[in-house]
Design a protein around this ligand. Structure first.
Ligand code: ADP
Ligand code: MG
Length: 278
C-alpha cells in the first residue's frame, strides 16, 4: 500500500492517452486505474528499477483508492495536435536509442510465475496466426508519441506499459516504426508526418535501435501480419472493452488499418531496400 505524504496534493487530470480514463497527477506521482496487465507491468517496473533503467517511471504501490502510484516523469509528451517536432530526425533517432536501451534493460526480466501477460481479450475467429518468431524480450509495444517523454529534445523515458508482453525484438522495432516512421497511408498520418520519407525514417529507427540483419529482413513480413491481425483484435477489443476502444473503432480505426495494410503492400519493396541499403 502506498503511504501518502502528510500534506495531500491536489489531483490534476492528465490528458493525452487514448484509452485510460482517470489518469491524474498528484504532486510527484501519477495515479492510474489498475489495468488487466498490471501484475506483469508492476513486476516489470520493479525490474527496471532494480537494473537502474532511468527511462521508466517507478512503481510506488497502490493507493487507498486502489489506483497504481507511479513517479511523475518530467518532460514533454507530444500531445494533440501533434507538434512539428515529431518529424525531426534527431528526435526519431533518439526514440530508436531509447527503445534499444529499454530492450537491453529488460533482457534479464522473466515473467513471474503465475502472471499471464496480455490484455485479457479473446482471439476472434478468422484472425490470421501470429508471426512465428519466438519471444526474446518483454516488449513495451506501445511507442505512441503520447507514451514517450522528451527532455532537451531527446526521448528520455517511456510511460504507459499496459501493452507490455513477450515478443520477438523485431516487434519492438516495428512498433516504434508504426508510430514514428509512420507505417500507414500518409492520408491517415498526423499533419507533420504526411510528407516525410517513411522508408528513410524506418532506416533511421532501425540503425538507432541496432536492428539485426535478420530482423530487418523480417520487418515487412511481420508488419503485414500485424496489420492483418490488428483489424480483428481492435474490433474485438472495442466490443469487449468499450470505452476509448469502442470510440476509436467508431471513428474508423478499422478502415485506417485496412489502408495501412494496402500501403504496406505498395511500399514493401521500398522499405526493405531502405533497411538494407549499404
Ligand atoms: N508517469 C508519468 N509521468 C508523466 N506523465 C505521465 C505519466 N503517466 C502518464 N502521464 C501522462 O498522462 C498521459 C496519459 O497516460 P497514459 O499512462 O499514457 O494513459 P493511456 O493508457 O490513456 O495512454 C500520458 O500521455 C502522459 O502525458
Ligand atoms: Mg498512453
Amino acid at each position: 500500500m502506498y503511504v501518502e505524504p502528510s500534506e495531500p496534493h491536489p489531483e490534476i487530470p492528465l490528458a493525452g492517452g487514448d484509452v485510460t480514463e482517470g489518469v491524474v497527477r498528484a504532486g510527484d506521482t501519477v495515479r492510474r486505474p489498475v489495468g488487466p496487465n498490471a501484475p506483469l507491468v508492476h513486476a516489470l517496473l520493479r525490474h527496471l528499477e532494480d537494473v537502474g533503467f532511468a527511462g521508466a517511471p517507478r512503481f510506488l504501490g497502490i493507493d487507498a483508492a486502489g489506483r497504481e502510484v507511479l513517479t511523475f516523469v518530467p518532460g514533454e509528451v507530444a500531445g494533440r495536435p501533434r507538434p512539428a517536432w515529431i518529424a525531426d530526425e534527431e528526435r526519431l533517432a533518439s526514440v530508436g536509442r531509447l527503445v534499444r536501451d529499454y530492450d537491453q534493460a529488460v533482457a534479464g526480466f522473466v515473467v513471474p510465475a503465475g502472471v499471464r501477460p496480455g490484455y485479457g481479450v479473446s482471439e476472434p475467429p478468422g484472425m490470421p496466426p501470429e508471426p512465428s518468431y519466438p519471444a526474446e524480450v518483454v516488449g513495451h509495444m506501445d511507442y505512441t508519441p503520447d507514451n514517450i517523454v522528451f527532455r532537451d529534445g531527446r526521448a528520455a523515458a517511456l510511460i504507459d506499459f499496459d501493452m507490455a508482453k513477450p515478443v520477438a525484438r523485431v516487434e519492438e522495432a516495428l512498433n516504434a516504426m508504426l508510430y514514428w516512421a509512420p507505417l500507414g497511408d500518409p492520408a491517415d498520418a498526423d499533419p507533420p508526418l504526411r510528407e516525410v520519407d517513411v522508408p528513410r525514417r524506418c532506416r533511421i529507427l532501425a540503425d538507432a535501435y541496432g536492428m539485426s540483419d535478420v530482423d530487418r529482413s523480417r520487418l515487412v513480413e511481420v508488419a503485414l501480419l500485424r496489420a492483418r491481425r490488428s483489424w480483428f483484435s481492435m474490433k474485438q477489443i472495442a466490443e469487449e472493452r468499450g470505452g476509448g476502444w469502442a470510440r476509436m473503432w467508431d471513428e474508423g480505426v478499422g478502415d485506417k488499418i485496412k489502408r495501412r495494410e494496402a500501403w504496406l503492400e505498395r511500399n514493401a519493396v521500398a522499405i526493405d531496400a531502405a533497411l538494407h541499403a549499404v
